[in-house]
Design a binder for this molecule. Structure first.
Ligand code: SAH
Length: 384
């Protein structure tokens, strides 16, 4: 089959507006001095933004009222314009669609569980990896997100989770739109801001952050060298190169064995258990012999397998595996000594489940809701 892999970075058409999450403390102070504000305001702003998840200078009561607008314009422009907020699963799953300054659309999903609240965030608008079962992959790559656009999704998700009474955001998974390791420099800076203590960052635990990748081998090495104990998730989806070449086209560049070697190296450097993602696709990758082969590859390693029931995407010829087939796959992996669970399927009704995120595609045919204020957003789903 023919695939269109995008490994080069397309140039953003227009630079994103300057935001404090793209600046360090000194950079923030120098912008403040340009607009005649004292340097100590940098710490106030960073405390409000990273510590309290307030992104609007007009709401920062510790700033002089007369200075709020100028400070907001200089350092806190609205990066993510909310286009839609939808919820389902009794309000425990919320999907946000954001419009960026240049019109690109990205999505984030909040999932509340009894023991944690997870935000699934995007690292790129679109994706260049062209996995044929993934909705995002069908539209190609629009552009990389900036560090501030990544971090601002987390800040907004934390605020929404708190406003809705879901609780405090505890976990971040880079499993939204895009291939995070193809946007390495921005991802790396975002990981720092997510995990640095307030007021330099959001103060979240690196152990509660997961970076999911198709298996860009050199970048897995770079992530390992960062010394941040984030969880690495590898989207394997097939234990053999023949099938993986088709399901995850980048496999034609880095083979199963190389990707797994990089994963084991990651585990050994970070002492973190690596996750293997495996979408269960009926009669495609769910045969007992593939379970056994996967078990052989993973046995004895610091690894956990997450089986994801395939979420069928529009126009796809593929379907999820029957439950009995899935159960047998789990049984064989466990018999090989490999820790395995099946992921719950959150957000299906609102197209917010794994691989369903495709805002740019869907938006083309729906009426524009650009410029909606948060209070005016549509909120649909079982709970409302
Ligand atoms: N580019 C990263 C993040 C993608 S989304 C990566 O590939 O890992 C996170 C996970 O959802 C990946 O494992 C991806 O393969 C999986 N996924 C994509 N489409 C899916 C679908 N239709 N059903 C189930 N899982 C899917």
């Amino acid at each position: 089959m023919s695939v269109a892999l995008t490994l080069t970075e397309p140039r953003p058409r227009k630079a994103a507006p300057r935001h404090l999450a793209d600046l360090d403390l000194a950079g923030c102070q120098s912008v403040l001095s340009e607009i005649g504000q004292p340097p100590f305001r940098a710490k106030q702003l960073r405390n409000q933004y990273f510590g309290r998840h307030v992104g609007d200078a007009n709401l920062m009561t510790d700033l002089p009222a007369a200075a709020r607008e100028a400070i907001g314009e200089a350092l806190l422009p609205r990066l993510l314009d909310p286009v839609r907020l939808d919820d389902c699963d009794n309000g425990e799953t919320v999907k946000a669609v954001w419009r960026l300054h240049d019109g690109a659309l990205v999505e984030s999903v909040i999932m509340a569980y009894p023991d944690r609240i997870t935000a699934c965030v995007s690292s790129q608008a679109g994706c260049g990896m062209a996995c044929p079962f993934c909705a995002t992959g069908q539209g190609g790559l629009t552009r990389n997100l900036t560090t501030a656009e990544i971090v601002d999704q987390v800040v907004n998700c934390a605020r929404i989770a708190a406003e809705r009474g879901l609780g405090r955001l505890s976990n971040i998974v880079f499993m939204g739109m895009g291939e995070p390791l193809a946007n390495w420099a921005r991802l790396k800076a975002a990981l720092r801001l997510i995990t640095d203590p307030v007021p330099d960052g959001l103060g979240m635990s690196a152990r509660h952050v997961t970076v999911s990748t198709v298996g860009l081998v050199p970048a897995i090495g770079r992530l390992a060298a960062e010394g941040l104990p984030v969880t690495l998730a590898v989207s394997l989806h097939a234990p053999d190169d023949e099938l993986r070449d088709e399901l995850v086209p980048i496999n034609t560049r880095w083979k199963v064995a190389e990707v797994l070697d990089a994963a084991w190296e990651y585990a050994s450097v970070t002492k973190r258990r690596v996750s293997i993602e495996y979408a269960m696709i009926r009669d495609v990758n769910d045969q007992p012999w593939r379970a056994d082969l996967l078990g052989e590859l993973l046995a004895g390693k610091l690894v956990h397998v997450n089986l994801i029931p395939l979420n069928p995407t529009p126009g796809s010829r593929w379907d999820a595996s029957p439950k009995a087939v899935e159960a047998e796959f789990v049984r064989r992996l466990r018999a090989a000594g490999v820790s395995t669970t099946v992921r719950d399927t959150r957000g299906q009704e609102i197209d917010g489940a794994c691989g369903q995120l495709a805002a740019s595609v869907r938006e083309a045919g729906s009426p524009s809701t650009a410029g909606a204020k948060p209070g005016e957003l549509s909120s649909t789903g079982a709970a409302s």
